[in-house]
Design a protein around this ligand. Structure first.
Ligand code: FAD
Ligand code: NAD
Length: 479
């Protein structure tokens, strides 16, 4: 169905709805939204949707990065009424003037690269940035794992470390350093990445550079007493045992304090309460310690008195309206609604807003029709009975449409890949909870993520990548 994209034309009789971001929240909203009801404008520096759950697999080439990207323009092409998309970053939001300032930060710039967009309604779905807690050296020396560029950087760096370790006359200490892959943060991102890395080693690196492969080592550093703190105790134990079997060195109760270009300095808390400072040399360092608030969100929070006590993002009410505003909604990782910052929450919030906005448009249409009929009734007594009947019908429908329940998150469970074809799952099952780990869970993980992929195109590409890397090994050419 390759029909041409409908032309966007702002209709002055409709409200302008501006949506920031093209991540889990905003794309779920766009999917549900009847775009005929509003002048819809999307602003995001990323012109594609990214299926983050499979991003760790891109760091080793198990999956090629383009297989988990879906262009925004391809998504918007399928909407009934055209949507305007600007590849730009929103830099400030002025809630008094109801305008968003946008900046084109891409490599190619035209004569204009900064302008304003007025809105009647605004949805903020800009996600979060990487937390570094101001720890010195993190930004300069480590790789994050949030965007496609991060995964590409890691993939390149792993092979660069391996090839440099294999360089003629490399000293033994230097080989150990270069082959040491350190992951900071034992949340799901860190655990999944460590698992992928170990798979890469077992299935490919061992065969390709057998002479130095025994020196390959993965260390996972976590400040808390255990990894995957949000999972159940049983699955934490299962994960830690599996990771240890995979020969991943897990250092819990270890807080990284400083990073240099080739070492990590950390503080280990001993059971007797004492603390020990250690210096760990590394070749690759991946930093996965969770989320921090983006500057645009911080700036808006500072402009709204009702947000002064909120720390982790924009506090929203049960309809996801930003507290202290009337026409601004926030979804996903930048919103604080009492749920974890996950794709599951973001996409349910986005779908909720889609339904809410569709209902609001219907309500307005019904109300103005009722008003029109009432004034007609007063003018032309002859048609009064007919109009009254229609009004009654409309009012009944209106009551139904207006009865929108507040947002409620429905948790479908948590899933994480832990390497060596094993996964862990905490899922809701027949009104109860099921905690499982192992190979069957891995097959469940694969099929669940496959079914959640954005499009059939993505699904096919991911399957082909899985088959390709299994049959021929991962592609280790360094681009
Ligand atoms: P994002 O999806 O991050 O989207 C934000 C969007 O806003 C992006 O398009 C970005 O370019 C855009 N943007 C940024 N700044 C601006 C600006 N100034 N102006 C306009 N647009 C802007 N969650 C799960 O539930 N299950 C998983 O398995 C899972 N796996 C994950 C794996 C990894 C490696 C990572 C990093 C996260 C994972 N998550 C998972 C978490 C999940 O990805 C996030 O919770 C989710 O992406 C949040 O959605 P969002 O729409 O709020 O933000
Ligand atoms: P996270 O916040 O879940 O975990 C970060 C971890 O880093 C914490 O356990 C924290 O104690 C640790 N940490 C912080 N500072 C440290 C330091 N200086 N030294 C050592 N350890 C330190 O972050 P994440 O894993 O990136 O996940 C972010 C969000 O995305 C979460 O809500 C998560 O559930 C979601 N996510 C889900 C999945 C999945 O479901 N499979 C995968 C990835 C991410």
């Amino acid at each position: 169905d390759r029909h041409p994209e409908p032309q966007y034309e702002a209709d002055p009789s409709k409200k302008t709805l501006v949506i920031l971001g093209t991540g889990w929240g905003s794309v779920a909203l766009l999917k549900k939204l009847d775009t005929e009801n509003y002048n819809v404008v999307v602003v995001s520096p990323r012109n594609y949707f990214l299926f983050t759950p499979l991003l760790p697999s891109c760091t080793t080439g198990t999956i090629e990065h383009r297989s988990i990207m879906e262009p925004v323009r391809a998504i918007l092409r399928h909407k009934k009424a055209a949507v305007k998309y600007y590849e730009a970053e929103a830099s400030t939001i002025d809630p008094d003037r109801k305008v968003v300032k946008i900046v084109d930060n891409s490599e190619v710039k035209g004569a204009i690269s900064e302008t304003e967009i007025p809105y009647d309604m605004l949805v903020i779905g800009v996600g979060a940035e990487n937390a570094t807690f101001g720890i010195p050296g993190v930004r300069e020396h480590s790789c994050f794992l949030k965007e496609i560029g991060d995964a590409q950087r890691i993939r390149k760096k792993i092979m660069d470390c391996v090839e440099t370790a294999a360089f003629k006359d490399q000293s033994s200490d230097e080989i150990d350093r270069l082959m040491h892959m350190v992951v900071v943060g034992g949340g799901p991102t860190g655990v999944e990445f460590a698992g992928e890395l170990q798979d890469f080693f077992e299935e490919d690196i061992k065969k390709l550079v057998p002479e130095i492969s025994p020196r390959f080592k993965v260390t996972l550093i976590e400040a808390l007493p255990n990894v995957l703190p949000s999972f159940s105790k049983q699955l934490i134990d299962y994960t830690e045992n599996t990771l240890r079997e995979e020969k991943i060195d897990i250092k819990t109760k270890t807080m990284v304090k400083k990073v240099t270009n080739n070492t990590v300095e950390a503080e280990i808390s001993r059971p007797d309460g004492s603390k020990e400072r250690v210096v760990i040399p590394y070749g690759l360092l991946v930093w996965a310690t969770g989320n921090a608030v983006r500057p645009i969100v911080k700036d808006l929070m500072a402009r709204i008195p009702a947000q002064k006590d909120s720390r982790r993002g924009l506090a929203v009410n049960e309809y996801l309206v930003v507290q202290g505003t009337r026409d601004i909604w926030a979804i996903g990782d930048c919103a604080v609604a009492g749920y974890a910052p996950t794709a599951q929450v973001a996409s349910q919030e986005g779908s909720f807003l889609g339904r809410l906005f569709n209902n609001m448009a219907k309500t307005e249409a019904h109300e103005s029709r009722i008003q029109e009929l009432s004034s007609k009734m007063n003018l032309q007594a002859g048609n009064a009975a007919e109009a009254a009947e229609e009004i009654e019908k409309l009012e009944k429908q209106l009551r139904r449409v207006k009865d929108i329940k507040p947002f409620r998150y429905s948790h479908q469970g948590s899933l994480a890949y832990i390497g060596s074809e094993k996964a862990v799952a905490d899922v809701s099952w027949w009104n109860g909870n099921l905690a499982t780990g192992g190979r069957m869970t891995y097959l469940f993980w694969r099929s669940a993520y496959l079914s959640m992929c954005f499009s059939t195109r993505n699904r096919v590409l991911v399957i082909v990548d899985w088959l390709k890397s299994k049959a021929f090994g991962r592609d280790v050419s360094r681009e």
